[in-house]
Write a protein that binds this ligand. Structure first.
Ligand SMILES: Cc1ncc(COP(=O)(O)O)c(C=O)c1O
Length: 406
């Protein structure tokens, strides 16, 4: 960059940042000094660390600081070292990757799974790799950003991939779009329907049985990102499909994260038939050109899934906490969508309002983040309260008290 160009960029960047600050929309990164749990040690404005109740993590089953999950990571670190120093296909595939992938596949009831450093990467490997020119992708308008970007990238890399968007959870509109797609896609090509299992900003659930029927009627493949459903929904925490009484193999392809209920470390996966995972291994740019999941994280995630299978009561406790929290949030005077998911958004409108309410809650010792544009649409800013099996009734009561005082 010449000096002039560097200056132009610096001016532009500072202008954007000061605009955000002036509108009260600037995000301030909160700093935690200690493990993620029902309570966290959070740095306050005075620079000192204070204990706060955490209602904004994805630690749905309270496994992020589970002693066995931590120990499994330490054992992995000692045996395998800090990382793979390689992508998977060169020299980055270690036995814990295979163990974890077998465990994920068994947990979901599908043929195979393959891991990535994040679900973002897993998603980004799906459409740009598996879709081809002449295919169509039909996507829910509220799908997670990683799905949206995966579709956009597929459109760039594989010119001729068509895109259809339907309004959130609107099955009539989905049927219409499937009809439009079918008219344009011949039998040699594929129609993909993709949805979040649980919508991350709404806490609502996709109607997978109806989507399955529509996909079958139109010859389409159903892809589900169940990042917020896995470990949370269904009697044994298998996810949104189990919540609906469906077997794992009723979903054609899953994507999911290891960074939420499944230990909370990091990492993501695709799971489904072997021809799909194998094609991603061969051709997926996020795995061909980016390092493998750190082995320590794979060891922790494997242990987390083992614990979920061994202790289904964790999932039951989360379910009870979720029902209790919704009841208490309503009693505190706020609207919250009725849903079995652990995401309870309280819509407040403007981004600045959500940020200032979240700040006030923190002063009361309750840590809930305010989400605004561009994470959610303008005017729909919200406090997203997330419930965990690690929370006690007293913790949830304190959340409701804090909200009531707002
Ligand atoms: C639905 C959904 N998919 C994917 C992701 C990304 O997961 P990861 O953090 O593993 O990249 C998230 C995380 O916020 C999510 O909510």
């Amino acid at each position: 960059m010449t000096t002039g160009t560097a200056e132009a960029f610096a001016n532009r960047a500072r202008g954007i940042l000061s605009g955000l600050e002036a509108r009260g929309e600037l995000k301030h990164l909160q700093v935690i000094d200690g493990p993620m749990d029902a309570t966290v040690r959070l740095r306050a404005e005075d620079g000192k660390f204070h204990e706060a109740l955490c209602f904004c993590s994805n630690n749905y089953l309270g496994l992020a600081n589970h002693p066995e999950v931590v120990e499994a990571g330490i054992a992995g670190l000692k045996k395998y070292g800090a990382g793979t120093a390689s992508v998977r296909f060169i020299c980055g595939t270690f036995t814990p990757h295979l163990e974890l992938e077998e465990r994920i596949a068994r947990f979901l009831g599908v043929e195979s799974a393959y891991t990535f450093v994040s679900c973002w990467n897993a998603s980004e490997a799906v459409f740009p790799t598996l879709a081809e020119p002449g295919d169509a992708i039909v996507s829910d308008a509220l799908n997670h950003a990683c799905i949206i970007d995966s579709i956009r990238l597929a459109g760039v890399i594989k010119k001729g991939v068509q895109k259809f968007i339907y309004p959130n959870n609107d099955l009539g509109a989905l049927e219409e779009k499937l009809g439009e797609a079918r008219a344009k896609v011949d039998d040699e090509h594929v129609i993909w329907v993709v949805t979040d299992g649980v919508f991350s900003m709404e806490g609502s659930v996709a109607d997978l049985p109806a989507m399955r029927r529509l996909c079958d009627a139109h010859g389409a493949i159903l892809v589900v990102d169940d990042s917020h459903g896995t470990g949370v929904l269904g009697k044994t925490g298998r996810g949104t499909h189990e919540h609906h009484g469906m077997a794992g193999n009723a979903i054609d392809l899953f994507t999911g994260t290891l960074g939420k209920a499944l230990g909370g470390g990091a990492g993501g996966y695709i799971a489904g038939p072997r021809h799909a995972t194998e094609l991603v291994v061969q051709r997926g740019r996020p795995t061909l050109f980016s390092n493998a999941l750190p082995v320590t994280v794979a060891c922790s995630a494997s242990k987390a899934i083992e614990i979920i299978d061994r202790e289904p009561e964790r999932v039951a406790r989360l379910r009870e906490n979720v029902a209790y929290a919704r009841k208490k949030i309503r009693a505190a005077g706020f609207e919250v969508l009725e849903s079995p998911t652990a995401i309870c958004p309280v819509i407040v409108g403007e981004t600045a309002k959500a940020i200032s309410m979240s700040k006030r809650l923190l002063e009361l010792g309750v840590y809930v983040i305010g989400f605004g544009f561009p994470v959610v649409p303008e005017g729909e800013a919200r406090l997203r309260c997330q419930i965990s099996a690690a929370h006690t009734r007293e913790h949830i009561d304190a959340l409701a008290d804090g909200l009531a005082r707002l």
